[in-house]
Design a protein around this ligand. Structure first.
Ligand SMILES: Cc1cc2nc3c(=O)[nH]c(=O)nc-3n(C[C@H](O)[C@H](O)[C@H](O)COP(=O)(O)O)c2cc1C
Length: 190
């Protein structure tokens, strides 16, 4: 079996980041990678809102949307970001059944590209969607998807013991044989 890409193998969700900012040029590269993702009818439902730490007001607004337990470590990230998706399809006039899927693919591109550049991303579902909608001026027809903390991974020993414990938990994965079957559903091995 050939080996998987290094940026996929070494990707993880850090609980601590260094002070080093992510340059605008590097952020643009990440967005370029996201933009290239495939999507149903090429509708590209993804949008991104981000704030860098030097823009204190915008950064704190995003930080404010997080649940406490996420805010504690995410505030060390130089960049906070929210993926947002357009739910409606211009092609069918109905809800696009792939809005969530396609937006996740764009985020995945961003993560893999980031990994190549030494930038890691910790995604978060733990935030207040209504607050995000209001504070970040998200218009009707668009849905907040996932919050992200991005940057260069830092020393987790600088975080609280609780966070250190969480970071220590092993990030396990299902075996390929329990998620893949050939021909038809034969996943009775779990
Ligand atoms: C959509 C989504 C929501 C997540 N929400 C949170 C969260 O609120 N807080 C958190 O600490 N981690 C969150 N995570 C990170 C996952 O817990 C993490 O990806 C998983 O445990 C695997 O670990 P790894 O990314 O280090 O491989 C989230 C990940 C995704 C993709």
């Amino acid at each position: 079996m050939s080996s998987i890409l290094q940026s996929i193998a070494s990707r993880y969700s850090p609980y601590s980041f260094t002070e080093k900012p992510v340059s605008q040029e590097d952020l643009n590269t990440l967005f370029e990678a996201a933009r290239r993702a495939p999507s149903s009818y090429n509708e590209q439902p993804w949008r991104f809102i981000y704030a860098t730490r030097d823009d204190t007001e915008s950064y704190n607004r995003m930080l404010d949307t997080l649940v406490d337990v996420n805010r504690e470590w995410a505030r060390t990230a130089p960049v906070l970001m929210l993926s947002v998706a357009r739910k409606r399809s211009d092609v069918t006039g109905n809800d696009n059944p792939y809005w969530f899927h396609d937006t996740g693919m764009a985020v995945s591109n961003l993560l893999v590209q980031g990994g190549e550049m030494g930038i890691q991303c910790h995604q978060m579902g733990g935030y207040d969607r209504d607050k995000a909608r209001e504070l970040l001026d998200i218009p009707a027809g668009f849905e907040p998807v996932a919050m992200m903390a991005l940057g260069y991974p830092g020393d987790v020993q600088k975080r609280s013991l609780e966070i250190q414990e969480r970071a220590k938990q092993k990030s396990t994965r299902h075996e390929v044989r329990s998620i893949v079957c050939q021909g038809s559903w034969k996943l009775d091995r779990e």
